[in-house]
Structures are given as C-alpha cells and as structure tokens.
Design a protein around this ligand. Sequence first.
Ligand code: PLP
Length: 480
Amino acid sequence: MDSEQLREYGHKMVDFIADYYNNIENFPVLSQVQPGYLRKLLPDTAPAHSETLEDVLEDVQKKILPGVTHWQSPDYFAYFPSNSSVAGFLGEMLSAGINMVGFSWITSPAATELEMIVLDWLAKALKLPDEFLSTGQGGGVIQGTASEAVLVVLLAARDNVLRRVGKDAIDKLVVYCSDQTHCSLQKACQIGGIHPENFRMLKADPSSDYALSPDTLSEAVSHDMATGLIPFFFCATIGTTSSTAVDPLLALGKIAKSNNMWFHVDAAYAGSACICPEYRHYINGVEEVDSFNMNAHKWFLTNFDCSALWVKDRSALIQSLSTNPEYLKNKASQGNLVVDYKDWQIPLGRRFRSLKLWMVLRLYGLEKLQAYIRNHIELAKLFEELVAQDQRFEIVTTRKFSLVCFRLLPLQSNEDYANKLNHDLLDVVNSTGKLFISHTLLSDRYILRFAVGAPLTEEKHIIAAWKVLQDEAATLLSKY
Ligand code: PLP
C-alpha cells in the first residue's frame, strides 16, 4: 500500500462518492438496464497494463452507475432500507484500511473486544436481558446477514437436541415458524439437514395482521409430539418482511420453553425501532428468547453488512461451530481466556465490522438514532394518511413501523383483476424511475409495499412519490 497514492486516490474517490450523493436524485431509482448490458460495454479480458483511476471512474460513471439500483436514493421505498451514513462509511473505510482478519482474538484483539463491547452497548440500548451480555454466559456477535444468524443458531439448537436424543433422531426434529417468516429460515433448515416435511410454516392469522397465534403453535407442537416427532426450534418475527407483522413473543415464548424448544427472534428490520422507548414493547417477552437478531445494516445507519446476533448461551454455538487445528493454536485460546469469534460463525475469516457500528453509535448517539427512526415513522404515517384520503386505494394492514401496505382498488370486485391492476401499477411506477416500491402477496392478494427508511428521504419525497402513484393509477384505471 503506497500511502501517498492512497491519500491522492482516496481524496478523489471520496469526491466521486460525495458527487454521487449530490446527484443521486437524477438517476432512475430502479436501474432500467436490460440483462447482459454490461458485457457489451466492457472488454472480454483484464487489461495487461495498468490503467488510470480517471479512466476507471469514467467507466463507473458511464457504465456501472446506469446498472445500479440506488438504494440510498431518497425516492427508494422498496423491500426494506439498507442504510448508509457518513459514520458507517467512515467505519467501512477504516476497516478496509486496517484490513485485518479477526477470526481469533490473537489475530487482532481490538477487533474481538470492540465487537463484544459494541454489541453489549446495543443490547443495553434495546434493553435485552442481561443474559445476552458478554459479561455472562451469552454475548453478541456480528454476522454478515440475518440469514447467517438464523443458520448458526439453528445448527446450535439442532446439535443441542441431538446430544440429548441421539444423532439418529435427526429426521424427527421439527422447526416451527409462521408462513410470514423470512425464507432464510427455510434455507437454514435445508443446510442444517432438517427433513423438509418437518419444516412447519404455520398459517399466520390475517385477523391479527398476520401475526402467529399461540394456539396455532401450541396445536402444531402437540400434534407432532403425539406422533413421536421432536419439536426443537421456533422462530418468531418482529416486523415480518411482507407486512411488518409482530408475533406475540410472551405467549409464544411460553409454549416454546415449556416444550424445550430453542426460541429465536428475527427482528432484522424492526429491531432498530426498539431502541425507542415507545416501540420497545414490541419485544416484551424477549426474556424467554434464546437468540435475538437485528440487522444494523437495514435501518440503523450502518453500511451493509452488519447483522447483530445475541445468544444467551454462547457455549451452544461454540459446541457446534468450533474447530481447533494446530495452525490456529495460541496461548490465549488454549487457556480459554478469550472469545474466538471463528467459533460463532460459518467462515473462518471475518472483517472488522464493529468499527462501523461503533462509529454510528458514537457519531450519532442514541438520542439522534431514536430521532432518526421516529422521523421515518412519521413520514410513513404521512404516506398512510395520503393513501387513506384517496378512495381509489385501500390500506391493507395496520402500519406499525415505517412500512405501509396498500393497494389500488379495482373498479370491479374481482381478485384476479385487482391483482393484475396492482401488478401493472407497480411496473409502471417503477419504470418511471422516479421512485422504487416493491410488492408482496397477503392472503393471495397482490399488495404494494411502501417502506420509508432511506436516510435522505424527506417529506417532499413522500409527497412526490404519492403524486406519481396517483397519476399512474388514474391512467391505468382509465385504460382498464
Ligand atoms: N428477516 C427479515 C424479517 C427480513 O426482512 C430479511 C430481509 O429483508 C431477512 C431476515 C434476511 O436478511 P439478510 O439479507 O440480512 O439475510
């Protein structure tokens, strides 16, 4: 690394990125390129000789950015947000600069220790039970994604129960969740060798805004136990992907615990809101939980990737995931004096991700982070009010956080027709490039999702987005 070249190029790159943010509203939010567009624009082979940074940046501007969907655009309302911030960016930059690989404590003690401290800070901000703190038997770890988080805890839970009932019983193990649970749990089961027929996606209750009813869980567990199966893992969600439904942790947790199941909570998106006292009640009952996950890279101003996972019993993870080859042995690890995060995750290598979360927590402070969340929720409320005032539309589920689920009402009451109408509305709106929204299916109905959460979004963007939606809806309705 030539430090003078870093200084020169680094400044140029920061200028380029700052200009990108200045101009971000001029790009179509959803990239409008066709599949394979880039192969036509770039050479077939790598250059034999070095090129200039200016040439590369020109290609980024002309060839790469048209193929980017601008998640940081203030007009981005699709899926869930994936925040960036100056603090998060600086943390990423520092991590790239130091570029260590912190799999064991010894490979960079600061990386492990900062991660433990920062996750303790965040656990306290969320008022998680003390058992999740690194000072006891549990602790937090940064995974790349919520998908990795649920996989590692599923493996820990599986091995826990197999130690008790014997390895041959693997085909009897049953996993429970609602049909609103993120598909990452299904993938974890596939990887974890859970028999596909023993993955129970229980029907969420449309009358309680798609939360899972404790009775439904209880009945399924009793039925499976009566047939000799072994319930061992239950995942509840706070803020489901489709509609931000909130599963009732307290009642569900009692069932999970009385049946000796590992209880995991996926709060990937909505966990961030729980740092605000007025939203903390959504995770009441977290005392019963074995593992809890939230994505700081979604709605917590921390650049991707940074998924915070806490467990009450770290030994369960370690028993499933540890290896101890000669070439990694060292005094601190052998003496059990330290945490080696390689034993809490799938890969060996790991980045210094705690730096960016630390920077976010320090450069904002909890009060500003709370204000940030509240502002988005207020903006979502505004959008909800605008939709509610227009009789051509309906709000589909009760808004809890910063996602509004809505749909355009058809002129004739026919579900196929309504679904096609909303599908077409989504397509035309997104192809304007002026905003980007996504969709879901709830009870077989095609629903539009408007998720507020990009850091640059202001009231004027909500109003402009709603105007595009109204105009395109009017045009569509006149054609149908
Ligand atoms: N859980 C929920 C509730 C989500 O909404 C998502 C993604 O949006 C995930 C899990 C998966 O997140 P990741 O991409 O971090 O694996």
